[in-house]
Design a protein around this ligand. Structure first.
Ligand code: NAG
Ligand code: NAG
Length: 383
């Protein structure tokens, strides 16, 4: 071997050594994290043939193909874990805070298991995390202000857990497009929301206060709003209907007392449900001007006055639930002439001549004594 060849081969092997060392040291922190994640799961809840049952650290988690070990639950890129996705095996235990050592994580999906304890705060420092899905577990604690450190986050689904406390104001700094925290125990007001949101689901929590323009005002992409089953109050404001991308809105089962419906501007609103509130006043004729509106529910409120004739002339309206109010007068004839294909209910109101032959009128109207009482005050006010 001449000296030049020797020196080249030494350099090469040194380089090789350096490269492998770098790779394996990086992976070591990932492996430490994975071992900690596995040991935080109650071993009696790891069934045979589940993903976690194949996590055997005698082999390298990022080496493929795996024949017996690490058969699922992970994806790697360049020897770094990028996806942590548990199967729905019913694992219980907690999520180890060392999860934040998996610095290249893009997706965490631990949905439909029985994990409990707080969401480790360290998770919010993951710089590349795009999807956090902890749906249907038993995670508790609050959503901390530190959540704003999730610089790459797009989707958060922590629905069906036992998260409590208030939503932090820092939420608005995130680039989130989808936020689902439905079916938890979140209290307080709706804070300023992230301006890129397309889907907001906070149904069945303990939220209170009014719908504020400071929370929703900049949400030009918002399509889906699920806020049913909270304790929201005040008037459903007119500007809310003018959010330009709005398609589906559910505000049912809250404590709203009024509604202001403005004439639409290029509206895509397809479905609106504000049933089971305490909304008073008259039914707005402006709903019939929404060009895409297919489903309208205002059942079980305290609405008075007639059903605007425009409702029966809409060509898009397919489902109309106005039952359980104090609506009076004659319902528009077109509902019953076969021209309109609207289904739903107009029952349990104070309507005159609602033909029982129509499915819309199959639920009977209120007894006249109740209707007289409901309108007695109003007549006095007018005179
Ligand atoms: C890991 O796999 C090896 C064989 O590859 C086996 O001997 C060992 O018992 C396994 N360890 C666990 C914890 O399953
Ligand atoms: C209909 O909308 C207009 C403005 O868009 C508003 O001035 C009016 O009060 C609304 N009418 C009803 C009955 O809600």
């Amino acid at each position: 071997m001449n000296p030049i060849t020797f020196s080249i081969s030494t350099t090469l092997s040194l380089l090789l050594l350096l490269t492998t060392t770098t790779l394996s040291t990086t992976l070591t922190t990932d492996i430490t994290a994975l071992k900690s994640i596995l040991s935080s799961i109650n071993p009696t809840t790891i069934p045979p043939n589940s993903c976690l049952s194949t996590w055997n650290f005698t082999s390298n988690p990022c080496t493929t193909p795996h024949l017996t070990h690490f058969l699922c639950g992970l994806s790697c890129t360049n020897n770094h874990i990028t996806h942590l996705t548990f199967d729905r095996a019913g694992y219980s235990g907690t999520l180890s805070p060392l999860v934040s050592q998996l610095v290249q994580l893009i997706i965490i999906d631990l949905s439909d298991n029985k994990l409990s304890g707080p969401i480790p705060i360290s998770i919010f420092s993951l710089p590349n995390l795009q999807t956090l899905n902890l749906r249907s577990n038993s995670f508790s604690g609050t959503i901390p202000p530190l959540i704003s450190a999730l610089k790459s986050i797009e989707t958060i689904d922590v629905s069906h857990n036992v998260i409590s406390g208030e939503l932090p104001d820092s939420l608005s700094g995130l680039g989130l497009t989808r936020l689902d925290l439905s079916f938890n125990k979140i209290v307080g007001r709706i804070p300023k929301l992230p301006s890129m949101l397309i889907e907001l689901a906070l149904r069945d929590n303990l939220l209170s206060g009014d719908l504020l323009k400071t929370s929703f005002g900049e949400l030009t992409q918002l399509e889906v709003v699920e806020l049913g089953g909270n304790s929201l109050t005040g008037t459903i404001p007119g500007w809310f209907f003018l959010l330009p991308a709005l398609q589906q809105v559910n505000l049912a089962n809250n404590g709203f007392t009024g509604i202001e419906v403005l004439k639409p501007v290029n509206s895509n609103l397809i479905a609106f449900d504000a049933g089971y509130n305490k909304i008073t006043g008259y039914l707005s004729s402006n709903f019939s001007n929404y060009p895409m509106l297919s489903s309208l529910t205002l059942r079980y409120n305290k609405l008075h006055g007639p059903i605007p004739t425009g409702y029966s002339q809409s060509t898009t309206l397919k489902r109309l639930f106005l039952d359980g109010n104090y609506l009076n007068g004659m319902p528009p004839k077109e509902f019953f002439t076969g021209k309109s294909s609207v289904s739903g209910s107009l029952g349990d109101n104070c309507l005159k001549s609602c033909p029982v032959s129509s499915q819309l009128c199959s639920k009977s109207q209120k007894p006249s004594a109740i209707c007289q009482q409901a309108y007695r005050g109003k007549v006095k006010q007018k005179s």
